[in-house]
Write a protein that binds this ligand. Structure first.
Ligand SMILES: NC(=O)c1ccc[n+]([C@@H]2O[C@H](COP(=O)([O-])OP(=O)(O)OC[C@H]3O[C@@H](n4cnc5c(N)ncnc54)[C@H](OP(=O)(O)O)[C@@H]3O)[C@@H](O)[C@H]2O)c1
Length: 245
């Protein structure tokens, strides 16, 4: 069975990705801290296929914790790494410049630097998978709001725009080893928790070509497609119902 890592996998889109990819991969799942949702997901997947799932916990803003995570993940070939975890928080443009710089640093650390760091650390395992089976890939979950800014979420949008360049740059850098690097850029598919909604559902559906919001499963389908698209690298695949048009 092929092996995949998914970050931020305990709930929401991450958990849907885990259910979907588990059909074809044994899973190394990451979450920030142990949660009941992680246990429930473990039991569900373990029932389908025993000993096919393993949890790892790490604060992605912490460089030491990331190094520990990479060590814990071991050295076995890794066919797919999905970077789904993200920090999504409104910017506070009324805060002091120093506070805003700190906020930008944090969102970049979680959404950009941690992905860069783990891609570099996992590169030998991905290259091993290429030697074993001919293909391995990275899929980074980005956002429609990496190509135009979400009002009130400036730092988050900056991190997503930089993520698109990370994907292209790593695709170029890792390409000769056969490691592909792509992204999925969803529109809104699930409302964020604990923050004021930046847009109403009506605003979203009216500005979406297909006339409705997407589902987490739409993101999972796109990830699964990119994981098997053997001659595709360096792209960001929109999953936004045509909202960007
Ligand atoms: N929701 C949408 O409609 C939408 C739209 C466009 C793009 N996206 C992107 O799709 C992905 C999944 O979306 P989502 O809404 O399901 O995401 P989410 O719930 O906001 O976050 C996913 C996971 O990221 C983990 N995480 C956050 N900060 C972390 C940190 N400092 N260290 C370690 N883990 C951390 C959390 O893990 P814990 O639970 O363990 O804390 C969380 O479960 C994200 O990359 C998001 O930006 C989502």
């Amino acid at each position: 069975m092929h092996r995949a890592l998914i970050t931020g996998a305990s709930r929401r889109i991450g958990a849907v990705l885990a259910h979907h990819l588990h059909r074809n991969y044994d899973l190394e799942l990451h979450a920030r801290t142990p949660r009941e949702e992680a246990d429930i997901l473990y039991q569900a997947l373990h029932t389908v296929r025993p000993d096919s799932v393993c949890w790892h916990y790490a604060e992605l803003a912490n460089a030491e914790a990331r190094a520990g995570l990479a060590d814990e993940l071991g050295e076995a070939p890794l066919d797919l790494a999905v970077f789904n975890a993200s920090h999504f928080e409104p910017s506070n443009m009324g805060a002091s410049p120093q506070q805003q710089v700190e906020a930008l640093r944090h969102v970049l650390e979680v959404n950009l630097v941690s992905t860069w760091d783990l891609c570099l650390r996992l590169r030998p395992r991905l290259a091993d998978a290429v030697r074993h089976s001919g293909d391995a890939s990275i899929v980074v979950i980005l956002d429609l709001y990496g190509s135009h800014p979400l009002p009130g979420y400036e730092a988050y949008s900056i991190s997503r725009a930089a993520g698109a360049m990370l994907v292209q740059s790593l695709a170029q850098a890792f390409g000769k080893e056969g490691i592909r690097v792509n992204a999925v850029a969803p529109g809104t598919v699930l409302w964020s928790e604990g923050t004021i909604r930046a847009e109403s559902e009506t605003q979203i559906t009216e500005s979406t070509a297909l006339g409705h919001m997407g589902l987490p499963e739409d993101v999972a389908h796109a990830v699964a497609y990119l994981a098997t698209a053997c001659h595709t690298t360096g792209i960001s695949l929109p999953v936004d119902g045509g909202r960007r048009l």
